[in-house]
Design a protein around this ligand. Structure first.
Ligand SMILES: Cc1cc2nc3c(=O)[nH]c(=O)nc-3n(C[C@H](O)[C@H](O)[C@H](O)COP(=O)(O)OP(=O)(O)OC[C@H]3O[C@@H](n4cnc5c(N)ncnc54)[C@H](O)[C@@H]3O)c2cc1C
Length: 378
């Protein structure tokens, strides 16, 4: 209904890649994290890092429906950490570079990122600034043809292996949202330090780091767009990140349900397969209902995006729904497996651990509720 044969061709391409190049390795990557410099060039070669991006920089120049197909197929990756590392490259660290970056920045950083030759990370969160992004203290001070960056960042996905960061720093002291700059920061710059690789509950395929910047100098031309507007660019960039969680979540949730149904069809308890218990079947029905609602909201958002309408309200609603639904389904499926749901050999344990972050990262549930309430005038 929404997708034609070109979309289905892309779906088949991403599916083949996920089945062949990702899912067979996720157990290994959960222990040692995904080798991004090995995997990313393969994704780049297939054009999957540049679906929406301008062909002038190696992109495919396709629309949001193709992007949605790509995201839906990433949802079949059996480890959310691997999904996350890929999304950083496509939906977190590069949208603002594509939209607001200079020709020089796009040729130097975006083009190789689309080709998968360079690995990117998005550096916004700090020890004292997560939900409240404007409280960040990392500072970039102009010095001639350079900016000097001092400060730290926390919880940065891909940062251990990244070649560059898209980094938000304070460039002035005026209150409000016009005292920030968004910068491209090469990680081989003197003064860049990965102070700690972090040990996490889930998302173990992805590497996550605490970073420190000590008089790190970048050329002034590494500023994305205009000085003072970085916060605004980042708020726009968040919309891509938050949107990406919608298709991924409903597909991942459906996969969890399918594997659970396979199990409860053959698991005999009190003389009957568990699937015959109405209470369980109705719970499954509730979840697929939620999945369908989220999917239809997603397609509505895609139509809004195609019409160039602001979808912040709807994306916030979808992100809130996705986080809650993923947690509910992961927990409920684990419950249906009984003791087998508590064994690490069962993939549901990983989904359960991974899914927890969906209500925290990229703006916690409470932040989504706040945006929705504000936009509704409550
Ligand atoms: C594995 C992982 C990967 C991440 N990757 C990245 C990355 O690549 N780049 C990056 O920049 N950041 C990244 N983050 C950071 C993530 O976006 C933040 O953790 C998130 O925004 C929440 O910020 P915080 O942890 O500082 O929580 P806080 O801001 O301290 O909030 C704590 C909790 O308080 C609640 N809360 C906050 N504000 C309100 C309010 N107004 N009303 C009611 N309740 C509220 C929420 O429940 C929130 O979860 C990552 C985090 C993790 C754990």
């Amino acid at each position: 209904m929404y997708f034609n044969e070109d979309h289905e061709a892309l779906r088949a391409l991403v599916k083949r890649f996920v089945d062949k190049e990702i899912n067979p390795y996720v157990d290994e990557w959960e222990k040692s994290s995904m080798p991004l410099h090995e995997v990313f060039p393969k994704l780049g070669e297939l054009g999957l890092f540049g679906i929406r991006y301008d062909p002038a920089y190696g992109g495919q120049g396709l629309d949001d429906w193709f992007d949605t197909v790509f995201l839906e197929e990433l949802g079949h990756i059996k480890a959310v950490g691997a999904q996350a590392s890929i999304l950083v490259q496509t939906h977190l660290a590069t949208p603002a570079l594509h939209e607001f970056g200079s020709e020089h920045l796009k040729k130097t950083w975006l083009e190789p990122a689309i080709a998968g030759r360079l690995v990117s990370a998005l550096a916004i969160t700090e020890p004292g600034a997560g939900s409240d992004v404007a409280a960040l203290r990392t500072r970039a001070v102009r010095d001639g043809d350079e900016y000097v960056i001092n400060g730290s960042k926390l919880f940065i996905t891909n940062a251990v292996q990244a070649d560059f960061l898209t980094l938000l720093a304070r460039t002035g002291d005026k209150p409000g949202y016009h005292s920030f700059g968004l910068f491209v920061v090469p990680t081989d710059s003197p003064g860049f330090v990965v102070s700690k690789e972090l040990d996490k509950l889930g998302w173990r395929c992805s590497n996550t780091a605490e970073l420190f910047f000590d008089d790190l100098r970048v050329p002034a031309e590494n500023l994305i767009g205009e000085e003072g507007e970085g916060f605004i660019y980042q708020m726009k960039q968040f919309q891509y990140e938050r949107f990406s969680s919608l298709p991924i979540s409903y597909v991942t949730a459906r996969d969890m349900i399918d594997m659970t149904v396979d199990y409860i069809k053959q698991r005999i308890v009190f003389g009957k397969p568990l699937i015959t218990r109405q209470v369980l079947r109705h719970r499954l029905a509730d979840w697929v209902t939620q999945i369908e609602c989220l999917k239809q909201l997603t397609y509505h958002i895609v139509r809004m995006k195609m019409d160039k309408r602001d979808a912040t309200r709807e994306i916030s609603m979808g992100k809130l729904m996705a986080g809650r639904m993923l947690r509910e389904v992961a927990d409920g499926c684990l419950q249906m497996f009984g003791g087998m749901g508590y064994m690490n050999e069962n993939p549901i344990t990983r989904y359960w651990r991974d899914g927890r972050l969906a209500s925290i990262g990229a703006g916690a549930d409470e932040i989504m509720s706040e945006i929705i309430a504000r936009m509704e005038g409550f």
